[in-house]
Design a binder for this molecule. Structure first.
Ligand code: GDP
Ligand code: ZN
Length: 315
């Protein structure tokens, strides 16, 4: 007798998946795709991603020998994709149905590049994923460069983003991060070395991202490489770890679209004399006026100009 249900994809290793019925329980079971499931109009190389809600069916309790069958991918609330190049048609869905993305950064060790961060923020805005910035390793530099830390906060808080300062060494900010992630499906992203794994361990010492959330022994086959998987912390936060950031900040936007994804510019642009306005040379541009008045940060505006320029290079 066939039974069925809905569950969330918590791990994707090649053609095999682990599902769990969330948030009620954390009891991973194996599943495979039935036939070919295609995303309507999608260009993704993977039709099913971590975080996807799927319908599945099974005849006996799912096991390695008898994995459940994924029969349908339910509509996504949002998702984040990665492209290999800016013009690449092929895209890989990193994760779907995210409540919140946490971009982990550090002013130093490794040194932050604001234009790169702004590009990631634009990506999150394009895909409709709310973002929080986590400024980690503050124990290493805040007392030396307090004015740089407050400048960072000012730039991003005035753009509308929450900034949480953390240190996995002193424990500062970890409780704040715990409350911000509790009960949510969260994407954790950051350049290698910023302390992403350390933060996951600080939230739940039983987790080790360097080893993986779920032992590969749960999946059949010898060689299963999995890029993305979901962790559940003891506070019921569902964290999707994304190693590396290459291709994450590449979105295909038209010139006149880019400013729509800088929230503070979008807001100011309603007062621009011309529509559309590229906020570069037009008279009566409210965005440029706001930059001159200091209510929009010069750093963010520079990132915007950089993206405009890149965009014309590619077109
Ligand atoms: P990941 O590559 O982003 O996962 O970074 P890791 O968690 O592996 O951390 C990279 C290095 O930074 C390690 O040596 C950590 O011990 C160190 N680290 C992580 N968080 C902090 C922090 O808050 N303060 C300091 N001083 N070092 C940290
Ligand atoms: Zn303008």
């Amino acid at each position: 007798m066939e039974s069925s249900g809905t569950a969330t994809v918590i791990k994707n290793a090649g053609s095999q998946f682990l599902l769990s019925v969330l948030p009620q329980e954390w009891a991973p079971f194996p599943a495979v795709l039935r036939g070919r499931i295609r995303l309507k109009g999608g260009v993704a190389t993977n039709p099913v991603a971590v975080g996807d809600h799927v319908r599945y069916s099974f005849e006996e309790t799912p096991s390695h020998e008898h994995p459940a069958l994924i029969t349908e991918v339910l509509p996504r609330r949002n998702y984040i994709i990665r492209r290999s190049t800016n013009l690449s048609r092929q895209a890989h869905v990193i994760a779907a149905n995210l409540d919140q993305a946490f971009l982990i950064v550090s002013l130093y060790f490794p040194e932050i590049k604001l234009p790169f961060l702004d590009r990631l923020l634009v990506t999150c805005e394009v895909y409709g994923v709310p973002v929080t910035l986590v400024l980690n390793k503050v124990d290493l530099y805040r007392s030396e460069v307090p004015e740089q830390v407050s400048a960072f906060r000012r730039i991003y808080e005035s753009a509308g983003y929450r900034v949480i300062e953390t240190s996995t060494v002193t424990g500062e900010g970890i409780e704040t991060l715990r409350e911000a992630t509790r009960g949510k499906v969260c994407l954790l992203s950051g350049e290698s070395g910023v302390g992403k794994s350390s933060l996951i361990r600080a939230l739940d010492p039983s987790l080790d991202p360097k080893v993986g959330a779920i032992s590969e022994a749960h999946l059949q086959g010898k060689h299963t490489t999995s890029l993305y998987e979901m962790y559940r912390t003891r506070d019921e936060a569902f964290l999707i770890d994304t190693p590396g950031l290459r291709g994450f900040g590449l979105v295909d936007l038209g010139k006149e679209e880019i400013a729509l994804y800088f929230p503070e510019m979008l807001k100011a642009s309603r007062q621009c004399r011309f529509t559309p306005c590229t906020h570069t040379h037009e008279p009566g541009c409210a965005v440029k006026a706001a930059v001159d008045a200091g209510t929009i940060s010069a750093e963010r505006y520079n990132s915007y100009l950089g993206m405009l320029e890149e965009d014309s290079k590619f077109r």
